[in-house]
Design a protein around this ligand. Structure first.
Ligand SMILES: [Zn+2]
Length: 96
């Protein structure tokens, strides 16, 4: 995975910058604190807001990963095979 964030040293202190060189943290005096900040920022980037893929649903949610494609309501209703638990029908997905 490409490193989006880097730690730079400024006069004995450390700062996290992004790939454009924009500062993403204040100056800290311990490198480990800057490394924790890099972890936080990287994790936050991975949690993108997505639109539910179930047909006709416009709910948005914070995706927890590549297998998380539906809102909480649809995830509770639809099993792993895409079968709606109360109708027994396969749920249609938008192609994307
Ligand atoms: Zn939904």
């Amino acid at each position: 995975m490409a490193e989006r964030y880097r730690i730079v040293q400024e006069g004995g202190h450390y700062r996290v910058i992004d790939h454009r060189g924009q500062p993403k943290s204040g100056l800290v005096n311990i490198k480990a604190l800057a490394e924790i900040k890099v972890d936080e920022l990287t994790r936050k980037d991975a949690q993108k807001t997505r639109v539910c893929l179930a047909h006709g649903c416009t709910a948005t949610f914070e995706s927890e990963g590549p297998h998380h494609r539906m809102c909480n309501r649809h995830r509770a209703m639809v099993d792993d095979c895409g079968i709606h638990q109360s109708t027994g029908r396969r749920v249609r997905f938008r192609s994307s």
